[in-house]
Write a protein that binds this ligand. Sequence first.
Ligand SMILES: Cc1cc2nc3c(=O)[nH]c(=O)nc-3n(C[C@H](O)[C@H](O)[C@H](O)COP(=O)(O)OP(=O)(O)OC[C@H]3O[C@@H](n4cnc5c(N)ncnc54)[C@H](O)[C@@H]3O)c2cc1C
Length: 471
Amino acid sequence: MTQKNKVDLLIIGAGPGGYVAAIRAAQLGMSVLCVEKRKTLGGTCLNIGCIPSKALLSSSHKYAEVKAQTPFADVGIEIGKLSLNLKQMMAAKEKVVTQLTKGIDFLFEKNKIIRKKGTARFLSAQEVAIEDEATTAEVWQARFILIATGSESTTLPGIKVDEKQIVSSTGALSLTKVPKKMVVVGGGYIGLEMGSVWQRLGSQVTVVEYMDRLVPQMDHELGAALQKALTKQGIHFQLSTKVTGITEKKDTVFVAIESADHKQDTLEADVVLMATGRKPFTEGLELEKIGVARNDKGFIVVNERYETSVSGIFAIGDVIPGPMLAHKAEEEGIAVVETLAGQKGHVNYDALPSVIYTHPEVASVGRSEEELKATEKAYKVGKFPFLANSRAKAVGETTGFVKVLADPLTDQVLGVHIIGADAGTLIGEAALALEFSASAEDIARTCHAHPTLNEALKEAALAVDGHAIHI
Ligand SMILES: Cc1cc2nc3c(=O)[nH]c(=O)nc-3n(C[C@H](O)[C@H](O)[C@H](O)COP(=O)(O)OP(=O)(O)OC[C@H]3O[C@@H](n4cnc5c(N)ncnc54)[C@H](O)[C@@H]3O)c2cc1C
């Protein structure tokens, strides 16, 4: 029951963590208020992250395929003059964002969730002030408070993002013209996805990465294969290289770089994308006042129930340690409210997939070979290339492979790593296998429809014991 300005659960932030938690809590019978400072719901993910980036990745991929002509000419489709209407492409992206954010408004109404537009600030461990320029401040009390305030982009010391020539991912999602030259600082998934978008639309893109490989947290074989594929598409890479400074002169940005062997150089660009990572966002919450502890990187520290150092205050999503992914935030949102409702909510972090939506896509779940080696855990490898998969052949998407890692004694699947068209969808089956502690043989003996890309996973599972059929 909602008493005056009092609810069971008050959620700060309506990203995938906060809004999903709000809906689940309402389903479980709690009175819920969700406060969001943005005009629209959905957080980083829907407004300036997952969704707009995937919309642009899709439309830029279509454009690049038509431009390359080869995939069409090869199958007898001849294409006339091609032109790019960037304004329309951006408008189409915005339309998707608007439809999806409005969809959450609908779900909030349906579940009778109180939605407050404004910035939340703690007054005490049970009390939050909600302030918005358009309305007078309100104070709300709650039995439980959930912090789901997400994250923000980082930059390098001394480099200021102006979202025009030096942009974060947010600026890179809304450029009004295609830069002739773009330098992407950071070879993680955001840099590679946004770099791909602009390369496909005509930019000459150079990615500068401090480490000696791309996406270093993923299985190394995937990073190497992805680099090869993106190089073939025209993206340049400067690995083992650090950016030492950025200066702007008129319309040109000069990026000073230094390689691991101390060679210095300067790259010129019209636009520089700073994709150096994200950091937790807790600004303005006044956590110090109520004693919510954060670690040295600014993440809110929580226990296994997602409770912070202050009883009754919980935190989930990008603002706590762990992979900064929308589905991780969602899972934690469900787990925390189910625990509050007396159920046994939990998240299996060993079965949390991660995907890079480049072309080919890259997807992983479970442990990488490097992680297994580091912990001296024995493993068997089964691999299968898409080149030998009939559907991949039929649709002209033969780049990449599936790799299954399994325990040599029990055959339990330890990790699955895929690079190839639709890897992000294919990884779902692998995540389910890990969730159910399946063996490689379980996957191998599951009947897979023919002809599908999923058959490559079955074949890789068969290959764990050397029984792949089509290779
Ligand atoms: C370009 C880009 C692409 C991405 N692509 C993917 C992808 O493909 N897949 C994937 O899984 N992840 C992706 N991510 C990451 C994903 O967006 C985040 O992991 C996810 O949004 C985190 O969810 P969250 O609920 O923790 O926080 P957020 O989504 O960041 O939401 C937090 C919300 O809290 C609000 N807020 C903050 N402080 C206050 C306050 N004091 N009062 C009121 N409201 C407040 C913010 O306005 C924000 O809306 C991408 C991110 C970016 C930037």
